[in-house]
Design a binder for this molecule. Structure first.
Ligand SMILES: C[S@@+](CC[C@H](N)C(=O)[O-])C[C@H]1O[C@@H](n2cnc3c(N)ncnc32)[C@H](O)[C@@H]1O
Length: 166
């Protein structure tokens, strides 16, 4: 049986898989002020690294959404192997059709055009006070509360993080 949240033929690929380096993941979660017990969602969770660090290091209640079957399986297995099932999970589904109404924190690493698609959906759903951190691509139409440049992630790549509050 197909669950409502699972990817369908209509699911649009909003970005290719390109992981955030672990050092940058930590900066994102610090910048957005992730606190123990807070509900955090990573939109397009890849190998689950943001979800896993949010649960393990920041004690958040962390959920990833990933439509790629292999990445979903791999990240779910890693969560299990680390014994984090109570604090972390991956939804095998489409970013565009999930419920983020209880989110305290959202992390995003998609493309600029995808941020434009995701933005109205988040504006409809997010409760006041939700914090969002976007990696490398800002949300046009939203004013960031803070912008952070990371000159070198340890592998010579630079990054920019954008923090927003609804
Ligand atoms: C740039 S990667 C970021 C991965 C992870 N968030 C990180 O920062 O390491 C984007 C991810 O979004 C996933 N993705 C793209 N479109 C999606 C959609 N419509 N629903 C769910 N996942 C999607 C891709 O498969 C990929 O894993």
């Amino acid at each position: 049986m197909l669950l409502a949240q699972e990817p369908t033929k209509k699911t649009e690929k909003l970005a290719p898989y390109y992981p955030t380096p672990e050092t940058v993941v930590e900066e994102m979660l610090k910048m957005v002020g992730t606190k123990p017990g807070e509900k955090m969602f990573d939109l397009g969770s890849g190998d689950g690294r943001i979800v896993i660090m949010a649960a393990k290091k920041f004690q958040a209640d962390a959920t990833g959404v990933e439509f790629d079957a292999d990445l979903y399986r791999q990240s779910s297995e890693r969560i299990k192997a680390l014994g984090l099932e109570k604090k972390a999970r991956i939804i095998h589904g489409d970013i565009m059709v999930q419920d983020y109404s209880k989110a305290d924190v959202i992390t995003v690493y998609l493309l600029p055009i995808s941020n434009d698609k995701v933005r109205p959906m988040l504006e409809k759903q997010l409760k006041p006070g939700t914090r969002i951190v976007a990696h490398d691509f800002e949300f046009s139409g939203w004013n960031p509360d803070k912008v952070m440049h990371i000159e070198d992630d340890g592998e010579g790549r630079s990054h920019t993080l954008y923090l927003y509050k609804r």
